[in-house]
Design a protein around this ligand. Structure first.
Ligand SMILES: CC(C)(COP(=O)(O)OP(=O)(O)OC[C@H]1O[C@@H](n2cnc3c(N)ncnc32)[C@H](O)[C@@H]1OP(=O)(O)O)[C@@H](O)C(=O)NCCC(=O)NCCSC(=O)CC(=O)O
Length: 272
């Protein structure tokens, strides 16, 4: 057990590429406002154009699409697992006095080291998640191309860029919780794609809702430390995350009530 822990810690935290990672605006891959603007615009316009082009084009068919969808979901499931473990170890293997940094970075924090490395991987993984949208469109499951889906995929990339750009406190906890939820979510999608649709779809949605509620708890802790304690880095980024979190919570409550809450039929009053 100890050797598994030390091997994982070496490959996911202490490896020189991770330990010496520095996020530098304009130098690190995807680290400019232009990049984010370009990628998000490309995503939105490609989604819009493909969506309408596919109306008159034939669907690729499940024999081609299902294996691609399965591989895509499996890759994201495994990548999410690696990010969840990597970021957790990066937080916990730091000296105990720095554990609180997972919630509140000092105001003069430098964007380097393992936690920032995992934030960069997490940020780039959000571009890989755009594949979900392409697969939905190619399969012509247009009812699944919801506002929630497109809004989430586009805005989450902007949020991750802001995390890095503002050295935003709290993002390590965000990476661990979201990656953990995505292990379950992409596991669910993988099983759907290989033809064994799980019965625990509702549980996936509930985990997603819990992560947003939990996010508010952490946000409150961070704000209290920022305004009544020694101060935390990236406070304006935290406001963005808070608003995004609230909008997703509202959209997921709506999704939940539409998908799982049983509709009771109005009682028929018998007139005798
Ligand atoms: C249970 C959910 C995860 C998914 O709900 P859905 O209604 O979309 O689920 P569903 O049962 O229709 O999905 C099954 C279908 O998805 C296909 N499928 C498989 N892999 C996929 C992938 N990587 N992307 C998109 N679709 C995929 C399967 O082949 C199957 O098709 P077939 O039915 O033909 O066999 C839910 O909680 C949810 O998140 N709903 C919002 C919709 C959404 O886009 N979520 C992801 C981004 S939001 C997010 O990610 C928030 C977060 O950060 O936690």
């Amino acid at each position: 057990m100890a050797s598994v822990y030390s091997t994982l810690t070496y490959w996911l935290v202490s490896h020189p590429k991770i330990a010496n990672f520095t996020w530098t605006e304009g130098e690190t891959l995807g680290s400019t406002f232009f990049f984010v603007f370009f990628v998000v615009s490309l995503y939105l316009s490609a989604t819009f154009i493909l969506r309408y082009a596919m109306v008159s084009l034939p669907s690729l068919g499940p024999r081609i699409l299902k294996p691609i969808t399965a591989v895509h979901s499996l890759i994201l499931c495994l990548l999410s697992l690696i990010m969840a473990v990597g970021c957790t170890l990066s937080i916990t293997s730091a000296p105990t006095t720095r554990l609180f940094h997972a919630i509140c970075f000092p105001v003069d924090v430098k964007p380097k080291g393992p936690v920032f490395f995992w934030a960069q991987v997490f940020y780039l993984s959000k571009i890989l998640e755009f594949g979900d949208t392409i697969l939905i469109i190619l399969s012509k499951s247009f009812q699944r191309l919801s506002f929630l889906h497109v809004y989430h995929h586009a805005t989450v990339l902007i949020m991750c860029f802001i995390w890095l750009r503002t050295r935003q406190s709290m993002f390590p906890v965000g990476i661990v919780t979201n990656s953990t939820v995505h292990v379950i979510m992409y596991g669910y999608y993988f099983m759907c794609a290989v033809g064994c649709k799980p019965r625990w779809k509702r549980l996936v949605t509930d985990f997603q809702v819990v992560q947003f509620v939990f996010g508010f708890g952490i946000l409150a802790l961070m704000f209290s430390e920022h305004y009544f304690g020694s101060g935390c880095s990236g406070i304006w980024g935290s406001y963005f995350t808070g608003v995004f979190n609230a909008s997703l919570l509202a959209l997921f409550f709506n999704f939940r009530s539409k998908n799982y809450v049983k509709k009771t039929k109005p009682e028929v009053i018998k007139l005798s």
